[in-house]
Write a protein that binds this ligand. Structure first.
Ligand code: NAD
Ligand code: G3P
Length: 334
């Protein structure tokens, strides 16, 4: 099998190593040809320090590597997924499988990543979303990790499961691509808010409260938009929420900590130095929740901190003193 991974950030690089480990002919394409040349020469991605890239992994800045590819993995940041889809469309065939691993919602259109890819590639082939609690830094050193390959077409989902699965990378299949993609984008907003809590000096009780109640919000909106409730309790939902809210590998969590400590939002994102998807998703989720009339107080407050300059301490007090509720009556996913 020939696999091409597009996007040489941490995640594209780690996934290309899994595919190469599994014996596939694997190409890693970088948006920046100079970076491709540097990685090819040094056999290292500076984003994954200390990890040696296998000699057999082909690294290139030339899109012709897509010729005759059986599987194409789009690992661009969410803002670049449309542009990437447009570039690769001429190379795809009906029998190719396109895998989306970016976690976000498109600004302005509020589309999911697979929807953008299907538009740009004119539905020429199946699109599978691969998602779950999976930091690149740990996958690259073969820490046992689990993900979900989601697609309404079971054959395509199983193809991706077979391609990636090995003794340190376990892949489940699911038909619920809507729920998986929404969960992936939404948990980044919660990770930002969890980071803000930590930055304010709050501890484990507060984080657990925030994560659990945020999960109720994500499930409400996810179901309203066509996702399956159980997805939100699975790897792409609860699993990814836990890893992103608790790990110092998480860019979203780290950006949140800096904001909670008093840094301006843009300054915090610059300091993190890699794409903070939750910042962009916060705006889309806020718009979707308003459009659908779904109550999402944690996501709304996070949006107000990020985009409207609301003070984090005022937000905490607002959330804690909301109207009294009954947990079982108000929590869809329990
Ligand atoms: N890092 C992780 O552990 C992880 C895990 C799961 C999913 N993801 C998701 O994967 C996506 C990529 O994340 P990452 O961590 O690899 O990114 P990153 O921040 O490590 O790197 C981003 C990469 O995107 C490249 N890029 C910039 N503009 C581009 C363009 N126009 N077209 C294509 N590439 C471009 C840059 O060269 C850079 O290498 C994100 O949506 C992220 O949420 C990341
Ligand atoms: O670094 P983060 O916060 O974007 O999280 C990366 C992955 O989504 C974790 O699964």
């Amino acid at each position: 099998m020939k696999a091409v991974v597009l996007g040489s950030g941490g995640w594209g690089t780690a996934l290309s190593m899994v595919l190469r480990d599994n014996g596939h002919e694997t190409w890693l394409w970088s948006h920046h040809p100079d970076k491709a040349a540097q990685m090819a020469a040094e056999r290292e991605n500076p984003l994954l320090k200390g990890v040696r890239l296998p000699e057999e992994l082909q690294i290139t800045g030339d899109l012709n590597c897509l010729e005759e590819a059986d599987m194409v993995v789009c690992a661009a940041p969410s803002f670049a997924v449309r542009e990437t889809g447009r570039k690769i469309a001429p190379y795809l065939r009906p029998e190719s499988v396109l895998v989306s691993v970016s976690k976000g919602i498109e600004r302005d259109t509020n589309l999911r990543m697979s929807e953008i890819l299907r538009q740009e590639t004119h539905n020429v082939c199946q699109v599978v979303s691969l998602s779950g609690p999976s930091h690149a830094e740990e996958v690259a050193i073969q820490m046992p990790t689990g993900c979900v390959a989601a697609c309404p077409d079971r054959t395509a989902a199983r193809f991706v499961q077979d391609a990636f699965m090995n003794d340190y990378f376990r892949v489940y299949t699911s038909y619920d691509i809507v729920g998986v993609e929404l969960a992936a984008a939404m948990k980044n907003v919660v990770a930002l808010s969890c980071g803000i809590c930590a930055g304010l000096g709050f501890q484990d009780n507060t984080k657990a409260l925030l994560m659990t109640r945020a999960m109720a919000e994500l499930t409400r909106l996810g179901e309203q938009l066509g996702g399956t409730r159980r997805t939100f309790g699975g790897l792409a939902g609860m699993g990814d929420l836990i890893v992103t809210c608790t790990s110092m590998h998480s860019r979203n969590n780290r950006a949140g900590i800096l904001i909670g400590q008093g840094k301006a939002v843009q300054e915090a994102m610059e300091e993190v130095g890699a794409v903070v998807e939750g910042y962009y998703a916060a705006e889309s989720i806020h718009q979707l929740a308003e459009r659908e009339g779904v109550e999402m107080p944690i996501c709304r407050c996070t949006y107000e901190v990020l985009y409207e300059g609301k003070h984090v301490r005022d937000v905490v007090s607002e959330l804690m003193t909301r109207a009294k509720k009954d947990e079982l009556l108000e929590t869809a996913w329990l």
